[in-house]
Structure formats: structure tokens, C-alpha cells
Design a binder for this molecule. Structure first.
Ligand SMILES: [Zn+2]
Ligand SMILES: [Zn+2]
Length: 438
């Protein structure tokens, strides 16, 4: 059984914002659910009056949520191909650390540096807040900001072999490739040539005279490779593990000839194009069903972003596990259905039926249907087997309905109040009991 509740590591977020005697107190409740169905609740109370005077963290008010999220990210075994890039928490209101990142679908907001796998799964992140960002001072001094981001995010894979990490020219530098090599981390990315000490690469003017697909490779004494490749313009990539390698062929549109042409592509470009993009994919998944709130408060935006983050992460984890156990693709829920099912499970799993007193079932059906589908459908397994508050209801007068216990062809007037399905419960048969036992 693939249990949705388990993957929804952050199952329920109750947010109460209230003004108490003029103090803004934000209480965030995270119900976290761990398989099978035991839950614990984390309550963070952040009182504006309690923020230490010397606090430098601009994200202090939302920090506990992001720390919890990050801790989960760090627990996940990282994929082979990883990318470091920027992502945004969309926000256009007033906030001093707000950033504009060109080329992003939502260019304004809080910038996050992320380490994501090719699948989109996030493995670590840093919330950017200018000078007070949690960068290690020593790294910052020795490498500068871009490389520091990569080095910090790569710390979690330092002791593991076999990862490849990709990033663009905002991050890369010669010293970065060197430093990663010392930590046994394979890395490749586009580079700005001026961050390298006059590498003896062919000047662009000359290179552009060559045929499209031409490439040139140079290598430093400590095996840092630079490759210049001529596409419609020149591009330079650097790496500590791959160079020109085995070139393959790619199709490109040629404006002059007005047709597709086949050109050579160095292996480093192929690997980079293949491995880069995990962060963009994560950002894209986040954008599909983003929680909409009207508030102009950045704190609320950041909190709901964290919820979306948890759902996307959970779905990616779920999908990975579902594939691992060989679930056919058709049976794997897409992000939307996962989200809907998660919501259903959150509403009912392991909990009292709303407005009902414990142990005193009433004859009216529950207000919340287990599934928002037509007809009588099986409830999610997380609810069916949660062993809580499944009360039999006897429907007087109504025609008996087909029993929902698999293989039973009987009809029954008894239904489970919580699961909202009919089940036999008589002298001869107790499908009611069997149905709820896993
Ligand atoms: Zn039930
Ligand atoms: Zn039955």
C-alpha cells in the first residue's frame, strides 16, 4: 500500500493570525503524520515582542517552517544528477529583501537557492536575504557568493560518490570546480571566461568563423577542463570530470540555409543539458496548483509557499516509491489527484467526525463526504484502515445497497458512517469488520 498520509509529511497546517493587545502573534500548527497513522503536532508561537533585538534573520517569523522543510529535504537520498539554481517565492508587496530575477516565470519575490534532482525533488535550499544570508563567512571570502552557494548546497553529498552537479555561469568559477573535485563531486556548468585566468581559448571572432558545431577543449594542469562550443553563438562550459568527450549529433535550425542542419555536440554540453533543469522543474510543479491568498503580508505568502513546497515534495517522493514498487504508470496519481486525496485524508484520517460526540453516533450522515465522487466509492485506504470512529448506521426503510466488501455479493442496510459505504452486518456475515481490517 502506498500511503498518502505518509508522504504528506506535513499534513495539516492550521494558521491563526490574530491581533492580541496590538501584538501580532502568529501561531502555526503543523500536524505531522508518520506512517501508519500516528500523528504529532508541532506548534510554533512566534511573538513579535519576543524577537531578539540582535536578530539578523529577516525570515525569523517563518524560519521554523522552513527549517522543518529543509530537514526533510536533507533526509532524502539524493539522485545522481543534481542542479543548483535560483527559484522564487512569488511576492510583489513590500519587503526589503525582495529580489528581481530575470527570466523567471514569477520574477519578483524572495529568492531561494536550491539543490534539486533531475526529477524536480529538492534536496536542500538557502533563503536569500542579502548580506544576512546564512553563508559561511570563510567560504564567502575565499570563493565569492555564487560558488559559495554551490559549495554549501553540495555539503550534503560530500561523502557520497557518484553524484554529478550542474549549475550555470552565475555560480561557476575555476576555484569552485577545484574545490568540488577535492570533495569527490563531479561538476559541470556554463562559465564566464573572465572568472578564469586568461584561459588560452580561441577568441570568439575566430571561433565563429569555424563551422557550427566546432568545439575546442583546453585543460589545466589539475584537470579542470574548458570547452568552447560554436552553436548559433559561442558557449563556454567548464568541468572537473568531462570535456569534449564523445561528440554526438544534434539538429539545429539554420537561418541562412532555411533548413535543419546536423551539428556536432561535445559530451559536456549533452550532459549539462540533460542534468540541468531540476530546479526549473520544481518551480514549474510549484506553479500548477499554488495556494492563492489575497494577503499582502510576505509572512503569509512564505507560509503557504512552504505548504505547497511540502505537497510537491511529498508527491515526488510518492511517485518515486510508486515506481520502485512497480505500480503501473496509470495507477500513479498525478499531482492534482495526489493533492485532492491528501486533502481528503487530512479531513478525516484518524479523527473524530466533525460535530459528533465521541462514542455517540447519530443517525445523520457525516457532513463531509469521504470522496468527492459520484456514487458509493471506496474511501482512501488511509481512512478505511485508520481504526477510528467507524460507526455502523442502520438505514430504515431504504432498499438494501450492494456491500462494498470485495468479493461479497450481498446487500446491506448497514453502512459505515465515516467511509460512507454499505457493508453486511448480520448474524451470518460481518463484512463490516473485515472491511476495516487491513
Ligand atoms: Zn469505515
Ligand atoms: Zn458483505
Amino acid at each position: 500500500m502506498v500511503n498518502v498520509a505518509y508522504y504528506g509529511a506535513f499534513l495539516e497546517v492550521g494558521i491563526f493570525l490574530f491581533n492580541l493587545l496590538g501584538y501580532n502573534i502568529c501561531v502555526v500548527i503543523f500536524y505531522m503524520m508518520i506512517y501508519p497513522v500516528t500523528s504529532f503536532i508541532t506548534v510554533w508561537v512566534i511573538n513579535n515582542m519576543d524577537i531578539p533585538a540582535d536578530n539578523k534573520d529577516r525570515f525569523y517569523k517563518v524560519r521554523p517552517i522552513y527549517t522543518a522543510l529543509r530537514n526533510r529535504c536533507l533526509e532524502l537520498p539524493a539522485e545522481e544528477e543534481l542542479a543548483v539554481d535560483e527559484a522564487m517565492i512569488p511576492f510583489t508587496g513590500r519587503l526589503s529583501v525582495k529580489q528581481y530575477v530575470k527570466g523567471k516565470p514569477t520574477p519578483w519575490g524572495i529568492k531561494m537557492y536550491m539543490l534539486c534532482g533531475k526529477s524536480g525533488q529538492a534536496y536542500d535550499f538557502i533563503l536569500y536575504q542579502g548580506a544576512s544570508t546564512e553563508f559561511q563567512e570563510s567560504l564567502l571570502k575565499a570563493f565569492g557568493q555564487g560558488p559559495t552557494v554551490v559549495l554549501q548546497l553540495a555539503q550534503r553529498i560530500k561523502q557520497e560518490m557518484g553524484h554529478k552537479i550542474y549549475f550555470d555561469n552565475f555560480f561557476s568559477s575555476y576555484k569552485l570546480f577545484q574545490a568540488l573535485k577535492q570533495e569527490n563531486i563531479c561538476a559541470a556548468g556554463t562559465v564566464r571566461v573572465n572568472r578564469f585566468a586568461n584561459p588560452p581559448l580561441m577568441p570568439d571572432k575566430e571561433a565563429l568563423k569555424k563551422e557550427r558545431g566546432f568545439s575546442e577543449e583546453i585543460c589545466s594542469t589539475d584537470d579542470i577542463t574548458l570547452v568552447k562550443w560554436v552553436d548559433n553563438k559561442t558557449v563556454v562550459l567548464g568541468s572537473n570530470f568531462i570535456g569534449k568527450g564523445e561528440t554526438d549529433k544534434v539538429e539545429r535550425w539554420d537561418k541562412k540555409q532555411n533548413k535543419y542542419v546536423t551539428i556536432n555536440r561535445p559530451e559536456i554540453v549533452k550532459l549539462y543539458n540533460h542534468g540541468m533543469g531540476g530546479v526549473d522543474l520544481f518551480d514549474q510543479l510549484m506553479s500548477y496548483y499554488r495556494i492563492f491568498i489575497k494577503s499582502k503580508k510576505w509572512t503569509l505568502r512564505a507560509i503557504f509557499h512552504a505548504v505547497d513546497f511540502a505537497v510537491v515534495q511529498s508527491w515526488l517522493e510518492y511517485r518515486t516509491s510508486a515506481r520502485e514498487i512497480g505500480l503501473p504508470t496509470k495507477k500513479i496519481m498525478d499531482l492534482l489527484h495526489f493533492r485532492m486525496r491528501l486533502a481528503d485524508v487530512l479531513v478525516l484520517s484518524g479523527k473524530d467526525i466533525p460535530n459528533k460526540k465521541r462514542g455517540r453516533p447519530s443517525a445523520t450522515p457525516p457532513d463531509t463526504p469521504v470522496q468527492r465522487l459520484r456514487g458509493e466509492t471506496r474511501p482512501p485506504e488511509e481512512i478505511q484502515y485508520d481504526g477510528a470512529q467507524h460507526w455502523p448506521l442502520h438505514e430504515n426503510g431504504a432498499l438494501p445497497t450492494r456491500c462494498k466488501f470485495p468479493e461479497c455479493k450481498g446487500r446491506s442496510r448497514v453502512k459505515c458512517e465515516k467511509c460512507n459505504v454499505h457493508l453486511c452486518l448480520s448474524k451470518e456475515k460481518n463484512c463490516f469488520r473485515s472491511f476495516h481490517l487491513n
